[in-house]
Write a protein that binds this ligand. Structure first.
Ligand code: FMN
Length: 207
């Protein structure tokens, strides 16, 4: 079995909805085991309550879990033009894995939810990929074989750099059918790539 982890942070549920579509997409590829996990919250309960965060019973991952997968799909909202601090904090705790090259050659992909169309959507998708490249992961995007991203007829999230949605200034938009289809597509795309790469010993190329 190819093992795929969909790992996300979500305050209001937009990223979580995309995460579920990513997981479904990965599961649609025969021979794929998929886990859906959230990164732990770092904000105090008082702040979360005042900000009206949604409850989320999805099990939390630990950084050590990352080693158990062939592919990891990371989802985050855009906060001040980049990934959420909760996700960055999680990645910052994976230094031990980085030191052992434990994530080298695993497939990674990113998806995001952003309040406004030009509020940092693509910047978030791209900049989230930076630490993943430090880990030596192989970045899969959302290629134009998912044609839905090309439409000019509706507001859509996502880009060649990854799936996405636009939550709206007040968060009232929910991911559209096109956005969810993009996330589903990306999940399946990642699972197929991971299946093709499984069994490669990346440590053999160490120099
Ligand atoms: C602290 C904070 C900072 C944010 N910064 C941005 C931003 O820079 N650009 C933007 O378009 N939306 C921004 N947003 C809106 C979030 O991107 C939006 O709430 C998020 O996509 C919703 O995803 P979620 O429901 O999964 O939490 C911000 C929201 C918060 C709470």
């Amino acid at each position: 079995m190819t093992r795929v982890l969909v790992l996300y942070y979500s305050s209001y549920g937009h990223v979580r909805a995309l995460a579920e579509a990513e997981a479904e997409g990965a599961r649609s590829v025969p021979g794929t085991h998929v886990d859906l996990r959230r990164v732990p919250e770092t904000l105090l309960a008082d702040i979360r309550q005042k900000a009206g965060f949604a409850a989320d019973e999805t099990p939390a991952a630990t950084p050590a879990d990352l080693e158990d997968y062939d592919a990891i799909i990371f989802g985050t909202p855009t906060l001040f033009g980049m990934m959420a601090g909760q996700m960055k904090s999680f990645l910052d705790q994976a230094g031990g894995l980085w030191a052992r090259n434990a994530l080298v050659g695993k497939v990674a992909a990113v998806f995001a939810s952003t309040g406004s169309q030009h509020g940092g959507h693509e910047a978030t998708l791209l900049s989230t990929q930076i630490p993943l490249q430090h880990f030596g992961m192989l970045i899969a995007g959302m290629p134009y074989t998912f044609a839905g991203q090309k439409t000019g007829e509706e507001i859509v999230g996502g880009a060649p750099y990854g799936a996405g949605t636009i939550a709206g200034a007040d968060g009232s938009r929910t991911p559209s059918e096109t956005d969810l289809a993009g996330a589903h597509f990306q999940g399946a795309h990642v699972a197929r790539i991971a299946a093709r790469l499984s069994g490669v010993d990346w440590q053999e190329e160490a120099a």
